[in-house]
Design a protein around this ligand. Structure first.
Ligand code: TMP
Length: 212
């Protein structure tokens, strides 16, 4: 049995990743694949426990490096219990966020641990493994902040941040996409959900030569 494919969705707040991850999973199921829909931080029982523990506290409660270790402990659990076993048995895995989120959120701040440690930790827990495709749902900062406000959000530490934080996040994501152009494809997420889903389906079809 051929190994399955690992597809990750990334983006700032309000980009619609969760909705698109569900729609992509449906699209791939229609193509005849077994599909596991998962997320980070989380995606396995222990990793979901870590997520709860992590998000139960306000920003500043965790030492930034300790926080990064928590995220990576969860990621290792996610990989070993969920992602790798599924890929091995031929299933396709769609994950709402993965390591690029750590580069964007923990790797970009002046006070944060920075990208080098993110890279080192990732190599320790995952070696050379990486997603077969990453879809970056890109949105102008003003649109993303409006969307979060209108859905009555602001329930998450990062959604509460002001525009400069979101701008830095977007800049880091776009720089990652430029550096990893073969793996990361930028999707215009300012269109409606159907339009974004169409763009994603076209990208995935092209990348994996799926039937149209
Ligand atoms: P979610 O809203 O997409 O479920 O993600 C919850 C928060 O977790 C989101 O604000 C981004 C954050 N996050 C990180 O800071 N670092 C990471 O490595 C991951 C996967 C998520």
């Amino acid at each position: 049995m051929a190994r399955g494919k690992f597809i990750t969705l990334e983006g700032g707040e309000g980009a619609g990743k969760s909705t698109q991850a569900k729609m992509l999973a449906e699209f791939l199921r229609k193509q005849g694949h077994e599909v596991i829909l998962t997320r980070e931080v989380g995606g396995s029982p222990a990793a979901e426990e870590i997520r709860k523990l992590w998000l139960s506290q306000d920003e500043g409660y965790w030492d930034p490096l300790a926080e990064l270790f928590l995220i990576f402990a969860a990621r290792r659990e996610h990989l070993t219990r969920t992602v790798w076993p599924a890929l091995k048995r031929g299933a396709w895995v769609v994950s709402d966020r993965f390591v690029d989120s750590s580069y964007a959120y923990q790797g970009n701040t002046k006070k944060g641990p920075g990208p080098d440690i993110v890279k080192k930790l990732y190599q320790q827990i995952a070696g050379k493994f990486e997603p077969d495709l990453t879809l970056l749902l890109d949105l102008p900062v003003t649109v993303s902040m409006d969307r979060v406000k209108s859905r009555g959000g602001w329930n998450d530490r990062y959604q509460l941040k002001a525009a400069p934080f979101h701008r830095a996040l977007r800049k880091t994501y776009l720089a990652l996409a430029k550096k990893n152009a073969r793996r990361i494809k930028v999707i215009d997420a300012s269109q409606n959900a159907e339009g974004v889903a169409k763009a994603i389906a076209a990208t995935v079809t092209k990348q994996f030569k799926l039937k149209k």
